[in-house]
Write a protein that binds this ligand. Structure first.
Ligand SMILES: [Zn+2]
Length: 120
């Protein structure tokens, strides 16, 4: 898949989510939109910011700012049970050097926070 299209499509979903939250809470304006982005999510932050600026136009999020929280890669070793941060390119247990590890975090792309302004 074309990389830019990937971010555009993710961002389109993101803005839909934000828009529906704004509708639910009868918000007039949206401030900051925060996403959690794992190092293994395959999402390029620069492209995500570009996509956001393009797609927010004409939506409830037209004045919103995008914030990215980088989520580190964490693994759990199937062998010794240790949990540790890992290099995205090297998912090896730091204690026993085995490759039998589970990914605990680092692949996510999720909406974690939206700042809504509701007129009282
Ligand atoms: Zn281990």
């Amino acid at each position: 898949m074309n990389q830019t299209m990937h971010e555009l499509s993710l961002c389109d979903d993101l803005i839909r989510q934000v828009q529906s939250l704004a509708d639910q809470h009868h918000a007039q304006n949206i401030g900051q939109v925060t996403v959690s982005l794992g190092a293994l999510s395959g999402v390029e932050p620069v492209l995500l910011f570009q996509a956001f600026e393009i797609l927010k136009v004409g939506t409830a999020a037209s004045n919103a700012r995008l914030m990215v929280n980088n989520v580190p890669v964490r693994i759990k070793c199937d062998d010794c049970g240790i949990e540790a941060d890992a290099d995205p390119n090297k998912l090896i247990c730091p204690a026993c050097k085995r490759l039998d590890t589970q990914l605990l975090s680092g692949s996510e792309f999720i909406l974690s926070q939206v700042e809504l302004f509701v007129a009282s």
